[in-house]
Design a protein around this ligand. Structure first.
Ligand code: ZN
Length: 234
């Protein structure tokens, strides 16, 4: 639950990976669990910062422990392979910690074949697609907060939550090679976006959606140990 600029709702980080997961699950015959609606604290250089109005976050260790609990519960029900599909940049280290703790505690309980794969969906956007979506310049995933990537995907998946008439025009944000706490609010562009979403389109969103769904589905299918267990799970 993080502000994504004046033109978009606060939940792209939930809606986008949920829809990607649903499409991947159809391809590999898996089930999709409910998403975590709250994530780790927004950071200034990747999400505008946790001082921004509306952004409502968990402490990192809360996310780690909540994810650990849910993974362990799935383990208790007999699930042995889980894909954690991340949609919020700041979650990664804390989600990783939750996975490691869950595996460790399940091992202590005698469950030694519980496996988890974790990924962020944007890492499956190919260079070819990056060239099509960002024909002028690609400034990097960390400044894509509220930018063309998320806005295009939302225009494709949930257009009623985007108002392009309010899309800010701005250059990609630049930051010094260090971080200050508490943050200096002026470091974050006033819009809350770290790059301009003005060039976002639903067509680019479809391109991004299709390439990530294909890439993630292929990855999960290629892992033979995973494939066997998906089948077993069904
Ligand atoms: Zn986001």
């Amino acid at each position: 639950m993080e502000q994504h600029g004046p033109h978009m709702s606060m939940n792209p980080d939930v809606i986008i990976p949920t829809r990607i997961s649903a499409a991947v699950a159809q391809n590999i015959s898996a089930l999709v669990a409910p998403a975590f609606a709250y994530g780790a604290k927004s950071q200034q250089k990747s999400g505008g910062g946790n001082h921004m109005c509306g952004t409502t976050s968990l402490d990192g260790h809360t996310l780690s422990l909540a994810l650990k609990d849910v993974l362990k519960e799935f383990g208790r029900h007999g699930v042995r392979r889980i894909a954690v599909i991340n949609g919020h940049y700041e979650n990664m280290p804390f989600a990783t910690e939750g996975i490691e703790l869950a595996i460790q505690e399940l091992q202590w309980s005698g469950v030694d074949n519980f496996q988890v794969i974790i990924l962020s969906y944007w890492d499956f956007v190919t260079q070819d697609t990056i060239k099509k979506v960002f024909p002028e310049e690609f400034a990097g995933w960390d400044v894509e907060h509220g930018g063309v990537l998320e806005t295009s995907l939302m225009l494709h998946l949930k257009p009623e939550l985007v108002d392009m008439s309010k899309a800010p025009l701005q250059k990609p944000a630049t930051f010094p090679p260090y971080t200050l706490f508490p943050p200096i609010p002026e470091w974050t562009p006033a819009s809350g976006c770290l790059s301009s979403p003005a060039n976002a389109t639903a067509e680019k969103g479809k391109l991004l959606f299709d390439v990530t769904v294909t890439g993630i589905s292929t990855t999960l299918k290629q892992e033979t140990s995973w494939q066997q267990t998906w089948k077993k799970f069904l």
